[in-house]
Write a protein that binds this ligand. Structure first.
Ligand code: PMV
Length: 327
């Protein structure tokens, strides 16, 4: 049975940085995110009796050896659940280039989980699919429900999963992904970087702070308080990067343009435009704003140098099966 799934990348509002259980990928704190409709991975999976090894391809780019191993390991999880040993053919395609330095692991493992589970004849609930995706990549757990979601840290495999949460629909949330031109700094991947989180002297405080921020984020959404929501988003950006900068060895993900975007948004705020910034493990800034302010915010950001492109996103759906196969 050949199955194809689509899933979107997500930007964390409350960040995941540190695992309590490495093998199960149980995080040290709960996190929250927005799925991004314009950053999509599509993946087709078919288990084929004639194959002696998994055959894995990323259209136009190919996978590195380590990435193929990760995909194969994830297929093993699906095979175990389905009680099969058959190898699979997997073809995946991103709507954004991998070389752009964008995290594709969230959309990638969410789409792979949905397609592979269906191709293996499994009928998993959204919660079970989120649990499965989490084991491939933590942030992928949040791309399964999509929308605005919370990933409950949990204390076991079964209790660590993401689900959608309510947000004020009249906010018309948009995310502008501001891609930095200069990505020349040595890249430290999220898996590698977060494995060192406990070396930061601020680690324990940061974990407590994240749990408090999940509550503040939900309270701000419940009250329809956009300014309070934005404050949590920016506090969380600084919480993540404080951890990174104070790890051993220290990690600095920002480039000059990252800070220039922060400053541009602060100056816009003085002029009454409420757009907020957040950054994951890289130099690119995600600007969280409302539909009514997009044109103004974009025009101001375009005045800055050092920006490759700005991708506008709305809130994306969860992982789902589609009919158009990639092979
Ligand atoms: O699960 P990963 O390896 O994509 O790690 C995600 C880490 C951050 O993007 C920096 C934060 C987050 O919560 O998404």
């Amino acid at each position: 049975m050949k199955k194809t799934a689509k899933a979107h990348s997500n930007i964390a509002l409350v960040k995941y940085w540190g695992k309590g259980d490495e093998k199960l990928r149980l995080p040290v704190n709960s996190s929250a995110a927005i799925a991004l409709d314009n950053l999509t991975t599509t993946t087709t999976v078919e288990f084929q009796e004639n194959l002696t090894a998994d055959q894995v391809d990323l259209v136009g780019e190919g996978f590195e050896v380590g990435e193929v191993e990760k995909v194969s390991k994830h297929l093993d999880r699906v095979r175990l659940l389905a009680g099969i040993t058959t190898k699979a053919k997997v073809v995946s395609q991103n709507s954004f280039p991998k070389a752009a330095g964008m995290a594709s692991s969230a959309s990638g493992f969410a789409a792979l989980s949905a397609a592979a589970a269906a191709a293996a004849g499994l009928q998993l609930s959204e919660k079970e699919l989120s649990i499965l995706a989490r084991q491939g990549s933590g942030s992928a757990s949040r791309s399964v429900p999509g929308g605005v979601s919370v990933w409950h840290a949990g204390t076991s495999n079964e209790t660590s999963y993401a689900e959608q949460i309510e947000y004020p629909k009249d906010w018309d949330i948009r995310v502008l992904l501001v891609m930095a031109e200069d990505t020349s700094a040595k890249k430290v991947g999220s898996t590698e970087g977060m494995a060192l989180a406990t070396t930061s002297p601020y680690f324990q405080i940061a974990v407590r702070e994240a749990e408090a921020n999940i509550k503040k984020l939900q309270a701000s959404m419940g009250a329809g308080d956009w300014r309070a929501f934005g404050k949590v988003v920016e506090d969380e950006c600084f919480r993540l990067h404080t951890l990174c900068m104070t790890e051993t060895p220290n990690i600095l993900y920002w480039r000059g343009v990252t800070v220039e975007v922060f400053q541009k948004l602060l100056s816009l705020r003085e002029r009454g435009v409420m757009a907020f910034f957040t950054v994951d493990a890289g130099p690119h800034v995600h600007v969280v704003c409302q539909g009514k302010d997009v044109t103004r915010v974009k025009a101001e950001l375009e005045q800055l140098g050092g920006i490759k492109t700005i991708i506008e996103c709305g809130i994306g759906e969860g992982a789902r099966l589609v009919e158009q196969h990639l092979f």
